[in-house]
Each structure stands twice: as C-alpha cells, then as structure tokens.
Design a protein. Structure first.
Length: 164
C-alpha cells in the first residue's frame, strides 16, 4: 500500500452522483464508470447513462499525503470498502480497462443505421460491415458481404468499431 492507489467507496443508496460531486468538490480524484443502457420511455428507445457499479465509485488516494478523514463524512458516502479494517486498493490495470471499455461502448452507442463499422473480434475480424440496428443491450445487427451477398449477422457490441 505505497503511493497513490485507487480505492472503492460505497455510497448511500441512490446517492452515488451526490457522493461523486461532493468528493470532487473537496479536490479528490474520483472515477465513476458509466455505461449506456437502452430503455424504452414513452414508446421510444433511448440510451441512458447509468453507473456500471450502482452504489460504488473509485477514489484515487495517496496513503501518506491525502487526508482520508473527510471522506467518511462526505454527503452521499457510506464508507470505504475495507477488509480487516484496512481499505483495499484496486489495481491500476482494472481502472484503465474500465475506462477503455466505457469509452469504447460510448463510441458504439453513437452508431446510426447505415454507418460503416469494422469487426474487431471473432471469425470475421478485420472485415468491414454496415451497422443495421441494435439487437438488445449486448448485441448489434450488421450487414456483412460474404461470397458476393449481404448476410445479416448478430454479434456482440464489443466486437465492432466505428470506421471514421
């Protein structure tokens, strides 16, 4: 537990955003991973940003230099997640991966029918396709040219990237 590390903060129910704002107002570096979730409201499909881990956020602290005392009394914060009375740090690689995945998903959520995409994973990796529609929360429908004919495929959202 030397130097700066990420720690997990448990927030009070329904107050994750409040906790984030109050911690940032106190000059703490925080990270709240958000994802776009499709919801149907008023008979329209909309993508709404929601926390990836409801009720939790990450805070970047130095064991020796940062003042940890105000964290517990911050509005919206319940406690620092700890085992045996000691806060447990979260690997920097996990935070980097979460940031990368959330950014990638935000890019994919912005797709519109007819846009060009590239398949990045699976047996069709490296092939260009046309985005057709979302197929639930985790998958998309694409049109792929195979053997001189357009084939409709359903693949995971994480398996495509928008072509600029």
């Amino acid at each position: 537990m030397e130097g700066r590390a990420w720690y997990l903060v448990q927030c009070k129910p329904g107050e994750t955003q409040r906790a984030l704002e109050n911690l940032e107002n106190q000059c703490y570096e925080c990270y709240l991973p958000m994802i776009g979730v499709e919801r149907i409201r008023n008979r329209k499909r909309r993508v709404i940003a929601e926390p990836l881990f409801p009720g939790y956020l990450f805070i970047h602290l130095d064991q020796w230099e940062d003042n940890w005392q105000p964290i517990r009394s911050t509005r919206g914060v319940s406690r620092l997640v700890a085992f045996g009375g000691l806060p447990i740090s979260v690997d920097q690689e996990l935070i980097d991966l979460l940031k990368q995945r959330c950014i990638q998903q935000a890019i994919v959520e912005a797709l519109k029918p007819g846009e060009r995409v590239m398949v990045t994973e699976g047996p069709f990796s490296g092939l260009n396709a046309v985005f057709e529609a979302y197929d639930g929360e985790e998958r998309v429908m694409i049109l792929l040219n195979i053997l001189h004919a357009q084939q409709r495929l359903s693949i995971p959202i994480s398996s495509i990237a928008k072509i600029h």
